[in-house]
Design a protein around this ligand. Structure first.
Ligand code: OSB
Ligand code: MG
Length: 369
């Protein structure tokens, strides 16, 4: 296998509404789209590092640097026959999981297309539809929150996640529960609390939440084990899980009962699959998180979420929940029954709309020798 051209596109896509979390407010999504070309086949991936280092330390700029100076040189015009050989070429690079995952995703798409099978099939997917949920940012009033939840439930979403932060937690949870007593409801704190807040989490136990996502430190495993012992609601780790090793530590210590898998955070589909399989062996359910991806990253997420242990609805919503226009065709839509179809065509299974991609690109660089 010989790749003779790799292209990076720094994209900036306006969100249909600003996404507010304890980390800040995002009005635009900035990611890197990665295109690999060789032997007449094109593979696409998305690097989910954001404009700022608030969710993880990576940014578009650090990812661009690691991709161009270390990761791409490891595979461009180098003969390799398997994905593992390609991944091995950048093993010396520590961290920078999102940069690695974006390039790995493009290679998975490339290899799946070479084999003429869907990415879902190549990853070991077993479903042709996945259950989907929606992640709702912090709203300026309870009224707006309830209206927003109501709208998404009408569209069919099977599970609602609301973002919380100190001072804006019990009230929105209670308001949502009173209005919607029976929905699957979960919350995400994005590391905004400390162990001094145990009382707040104990108070959440009465609202029948599916889980509480990443309440404490973004790299913490130890303190979460203490918090989990104090509360009944399952803790689900997001930020703290960057590898199979982190997953082992968290599960053995009892730091969480559920894991959120995002390929970008863990360094790619290969590591994500290892975590998925390990969680299966430990009876730990997993679900697929989201990074406000464009349709290219979303296609990969949908394929990964078709694996058997993704038993809870993911943060995988329709294209129009994020953007007025997506950069793939067809766009991702939600079925009335709260499911999303898993593309069955080769690779990611959707076409990149080149005109749209050019429109949202703010920087582009081609590597060919
Ligand atoms: O913590 O899960 C998170 C988006 C960006 C960064 C972190 C998170 C999120 C979301 C949105 O919650 C999930 C989505 O893509 O719909
Ligand atoms: Mg999260």
């Amino acid at each position: 296998m010989l790749l003779d051209r790799i292209t990076l596109y720094h994209i900036k896509m306006k969100l249909v509404s600003p996404f507010v979390t304890s980390l800040g407010t995002e009005s635009n999504e900035e990611h890197i789209i990665i295109k690999v070309d060789g032997e007449g086949v094109t593979g696409w991936g998305e690097c989910v590092a954001s404009a700022n280092p608030f969710y993880t330390y990576e940014t578009v700029q650090t990812a661009w640097h690691n991709l161009s100076d270390f990761l791409i040189p490891g595979i461009l015009r180098k003969n390799f026959n398997t994905l593992d050989e390609a991944i091995f070429s950048w093993q010396k690079v520590r961290g920078h999981n999102m940069a690695k995952a974006g390039l790995e995703a493009a290679l998975w798409d490339f290899f799946a297309k070479t084999k003429n099978i869907s990415l879902s099939k190549m990853l070991g997917g077993v479903r042709d539809k996945i259950d989907v949920g929606v992640s709702i940012g912090i709203q300026s009033s309870m009224n707006k929150l309830i209206k927003s939840v109501e709208g998404y439930l009408e569209e069919g979403y099977k599970r609602i996640k609301i973002k919380i932060q100190p001072g804006n937690d019990i009230q929105p949870i209670k308001a949502s529960r009173i209005e919607f007593p029976n929905i699957l409801l979960q919350v995400d704190a994005n590391s905004a609390y400390t162990l001094n807040d145990v009382k707040i989490f104990k108070a959440m136990d009465e609202f029948n939440l599916l889980l509480i996502e990443q309440p404490l430190g973004y790299e913490d495993i130890y303190e979460h084990s203490k918090l989990q012992r104090e509360i009944k609601t399952p803790i689900c780790l997001d930020e703290s899980i960057r590898s199979l090793n982190d997953s082992r530590a968290a599960i053995e210590l009892g730091s969480c009962k559920i894991i959120n898998i995002k390929p970008g955070r863990v360094g790619g589909f290969t590591e994500a699959k290892l975590i998925h399989d390990y969680c299966t062996s430990q009876n730990i359910p997993v679900w697929h998180g989201g990074m406000l991806e464009s349709g290219i990253g979303r296609a990969g997420n949908v394929a990964l979420a078709s694996l058997p242990n993704f038993t809870l609805p993911g943060d995988i919503s329709a294209s129009k929940r994020y953007f007025k226009n997506d950069i793939v065709e067809p766009e991702f839509i939600i079925n009335k029954d709260g499911t999303m179809n898993v593309p069955s065509k080769p690779g990611i299974g959707v076409e990149v709309n080149m005109k749209m991609l050019e429109k949202v690109t703010v920087r582009r660089e081609e590597f060919s020798s």
